[in-house]
Design a binder for this molecule. Structure first.
Ligand SMILES: [Zn+2]
Length: 181
């Protein structure tokens, strides 16, 4: 099955509680289930951590500029999608990603070389695959709240696995980080 690998980078490691780490595990599992719908796998989920001291201001992301610098400063070379996990991202955004993400993670600011995902309770299970979707080239969509790439999360709890269409599956298979079986 075509697939990509993911690096999980915990920003401000000491701030993550046991339940936060369980939530991340659940989000990884939900991410795989979401992409399986289109015969695509997301795995690896190699974990890295940046200590609170090293993360400095990055433990709390105030702006898109700061998110861009974070991905540039702490990129992990290779062909895996970097997913930076943060406990706090200012404002209503639950994350940010380039669309599509670069093939060359040695590029520096203002190129964003990874995705940033905020832990937002159960919605993290949608935010993580959504941001990875952007990296793989999927745009936000505005007319279908059941689709993974719907531009905005809603209140309440997420219901079930968000939808990916055949066309979206074709698109992500063409990203330079996608490996064929
Ligand atoms: Zn989006």
């Amino acid at each position: 099955m075509p697939h990509v690998n993911v690096n999980l980078i915990y920003v401000g490691w000491e701030n993550f509680t046991t339940s936060d780490k369980e939530l991340v595990d659940a989000a990884c599992w939900a991410t795989r289930q979401t992409y399986w719908q289109v015969g695509f796998d997301i795995f690896g989920f190699d974990a890295y951590s940046i200590s609170v001291a090293d993360a400095a201001g990055y433990a709390y992301i105030d702006s898109a500029v700061e998110a861009a610098w974070l991905t540039s400063d702490y990129t992990i070379p290779g062909k895996s999608v970097d997913v930076f996990l943060v406990k706090d991202y200012a404002g209503s955004d639950a994350g940010i990603s380039p669309c599509p993400g670069t093939c060359n993670k040695y590029e520096t600011y203002p190129t964003r070389t990874g995705s940033v995902v905020e832990l937002i309770g159960a919605w993290t299970k949608v935010a993580m695959p959504h941001e990875i979707g952007h990296y793989l080239g999927l745009d936000d969509i505005y007319n279908d709240p059941t689709n993974l790439m719907y531009y905005s999360t809603t209140s309440g709890s997420p219901s079930g696995i968000p939808v990916l269409t055949f066309a979206q599956g074709v698109k992500i298979a063409q990203h330079c980080f996608t490996s064929l079986p």
